[in-house]
Write a protein that binds this ligand. Sequence first.
Ligand code: KG4
Ligand code: ZN
Length: 334
Amino acid sequence: MRYKDSVILAIETSCDDTCAAVLDEEGRSALSNIVHTQTEHERYGGVVPEVASRAHLERLDDVVEKALADADVTLDEVTRIAVTVSPGLIGALLVGVSAAKSLAYAHKLPLTPVNHLEGHVAAAYLADPTLEPPFVALIASGGHTALYSVAESGMNLLGETLDDAAGEALDKGARMLGLGFPGGPAISKAARGGDPSRYDFPVALKEKNNLNFSFSGLKTSLLYKLKALDAKGVKEELTHLAAGYEAAVVEALSRKLLRAAGLHETPAVVVAGGVAANASLRRALTQECERRNLKLVIPPPELCTDNAAMIGAAAATAPAVPYPDYLDLNARSV
Ligand code: KG4
Ligand code: ZN
């Protein structure tokens, strides 16, 4: 059903995706969800903040226009603007926040500031509108890896990475293996047909009750394995190295998520963030959750990676700042 008289326009520019989406005011269904992924960073093997800001500036108007057109609504029909204000690259965030403020001001609309991580978790409500707190959520992206207990009253941090984020570990591993960027999908592709147990990769902080993550030892382990091989050897062993590396990341993530669900006795778990698009993580968790009778919600890949529909979904359950009180609203990098 379309709620044309109450429509959220959401904007997300915290990293390297320029995103806009239109949602019904309930925030549980997206009428459009446009993502422009910046390709400018590929040749650098990572996101360059200044390049990201400029690309957002160049693209955002078109992306917003397309989101409205796809949803078949005009700006006059929008009743609320939502925008990511933190955390992220400050210059990139500022492009979205400035655009959102201008649009809201010009159309005398309320504006809801959204935390990017709460947005990732809210993607689960779009994927499964019957989902309700309490649940445990794992956010695994390029910038964050953390576990939260989610209650009606908000999110509570249970554990997080002590060094690299899971996506960052995959991106860096992919770079070491000479694969493309972003590393997550590149490693998955390279791992196809590989034997994940041929090489022994470490899974850190395995001790009981520990809900933190660490991926620096995994990276070092790959580095030593590569040093022990010549170029021909690396080529021959690539699929097994990629499979073993990916399996270690998947094991660390699923082990801690299931442990958190057990410790907090929640009936459901949610996985969000770019790494949740990983097919072998999805497979492993589907099996384990079935066995433990846990409800598992992993949004489809397009809602796991950065997008604005998740920001609109988070905004729907948060208060809006009325017109024009948001003019001094600012972006924050953390
Ligand atoms: O959430 P996201 O799109 O952006 C951030 O907020 O960081 O996550 C990007 C991360 C990258 O590190 C990328 O390698 C990883 O998500 N990623 C994946 C997959 N697709 C994206 N990792 C594993 N498997 C995938 N299919
Ligand atoms: Zn993200």
